[in-house]
Design a protein around this ligand. Structure first.
Ligand code: SOE
Length: 414
């Protein structure tokens, strides 16, 4: 195993001043799409923000020795492991970043917390409420020992959504009435798209619901500043059988990660789309739509909040902007206006580019690392916590229950 200094050198160009700070050894499990995004965050945060600890990309872990070795080189990790238990046992790993499919989140996160490590876990926190409860209990016990645990709901860390949260908290839209949110992708429109892990209940927990719905439930609750207390839902699996792959793919791409599909087909055991309405504790109403069948929509997350005094709207495809309508202005010149969220006093932007030079998707992972590292150094409890992830999981479970019961579906007489 490399010593810490070597790991630091390989991980990046730490300056003399930076090297004076205590290191934070990071071990990441999984190195596909999310692993690459998290790596970007770990590599970059220390070069942009003044961090109190110096992240050291100590090791990345995956089952295939050759592939994980190549990923370590490509993504900037000092070494590779093929067994996550070996990773969490390493003395140079202080924090375990879980970027695997949902079926292994609970086991890895709980073991890492028990081993005294801090944990960052990708969303959704788990595949079931029971797993999320066990993870939350483990996180609570670990917090008493000074460890932190956080869920990777990265869309909280777009400067514009963070600004929206601040504006809601300041009362700029007044009492909340509506939250309208959609998260639309289209990568399953093709009936020949293969049966990857994301389409199997045993690995992914649920489909568009857990993958996209989890994001929008978290974002809606974060912006509203209150929890959803009940839902009514419909879900659908439009394409119920898909070509099997020759191996276990983690692919998101149309090719299913490069593995050739085989002749045989297998059942899709998760939802393709989930639509639901919800009620907040304050009485505000919400509508949610999560789908992988919105032809032409690649990663379209839109959210609008209407309050008694104003409205806010955000579109991930225009993520450097926030729309704001101040309903207290005279009607003659009121109306939605665009705030360009690139000013140094906007959230996270003090350390980035001059005004007007925007950020992108990847920066949310950099901000996630920034906030997590500060919480570790300050002894804080970073958000979203595992308890927040559990609450989202409960909403997802309620959506499934409502859709299964069909309890609120009233057929129209023909
Ligand atoms: C795939 O649908 C996916 O990568 C999600 O898993 C991510 O969480 C989301 O940010 C983008 O889309």
């Amino acid at each position: 195993q490399p010593d810490e200094a070597q790991a630091g050198a390989q991980a990046g160009a730490q300056s003399g001043a930076q090297a004076g700070r205590p290191p934070l050894g990071v071990g990441m499990v999984g190195y596909a799409f999310m692993g690459a995004a998290h790596s970007q965050g770990w590599r970059t945060a220390d070069r942009v923000f003044d961090l109190p600890l110096r992240p050291v990309l100590a090791a990345v872990c995956g089952r295939d020795a050759q592939a994980v070795g190549a990923a370590a080189d490509r993504l900037g990790w000092a070494s590779a492991e093929t067994d996550w238990r070996a990773l969490i046992a390493r003395d140079d790993v202080d924090l375990v970043d879980v970027c695997t499919p949902g079926d292994s989140h609970a086991e890895i996160a709980i073991a890492a917390l028990a081993a005294g490590k801090h944990v960052l876990c990708e969303k959704p926190l788990a595949n079931t409420v029971e797993e999320a409860e066990a993870m939350t209990a483990a996180a609570e016990a670990a917090a008493a020992r000074g460890q932190v645990a956080m869920v990777g709901f990265n869309y909280r860390r777009v400067p514009a959504t963070a600004l929206a949260r601040k504006m809601v908290a300041e009362g700029r839209i007044g009492a909340l009435r509506h939250v309208r949110v959609t998260y639309l992708q289209d990568w399953l429109v093709d009936r020949e798209f293969p049966l990857t892990w994301r389409l199997r209940k045993e690995t992914a927990g649920s489909g568009a619901l857990g993958d996209l719905g989890a994001h929008i439930v978290d974002l809606a609750q974060y912006l509203a500043g209150e929890p959803v207390i009940g839902v009514s839902a419909i879900t659908e699996t439009f394409v119920r059988e898909r070509p099997l792959l020759s191996g276990a793919s983690s692919g998101l791409s149309a090719a299913g990660g490069g593995e050739p599909p085989v002749e045989a087909r297998g059942p899709v055991t998760v939802d393709d789309a989930a639509l639901f309405t919800g009620r907040f504790a304050s009485g505000a109403l919400a509508s949610f739509e999560a789908t992988r069948f919105a032809t032409g929509r690649k990663n379209s997350l839109r959210i609008e909040l209407n309050g008694e005094k104003g409205s806010l709207a955000f579109d991930l495809e225009r993520l450097n902007e926030l729309s704001y309508h101040d309903g207290t202005e005279p009607a003659a010149h009121a109306g939605f206006r665009r705030i360009l969220v690139t000013e140094p006093d906007h959230p996270y932007l003090e350390a980035w580019w001059p005004p007007g030079h925007g950020l992108g998707y990847e920066h949310t992972f950099v901000h996630q690392v920034r906030d997590l590292v500060h919480a570790i150094a300050d002894g804080g409890r970073p958000l979203p916590s595992f308890a927040d992830g559990l609450q989202v999981q409960r909403v997802l479970a309620a959506v499934e229950e409502s859709a299964e019961k069909n309890s609120v579906f009233t057929p129209i007489a023909s």
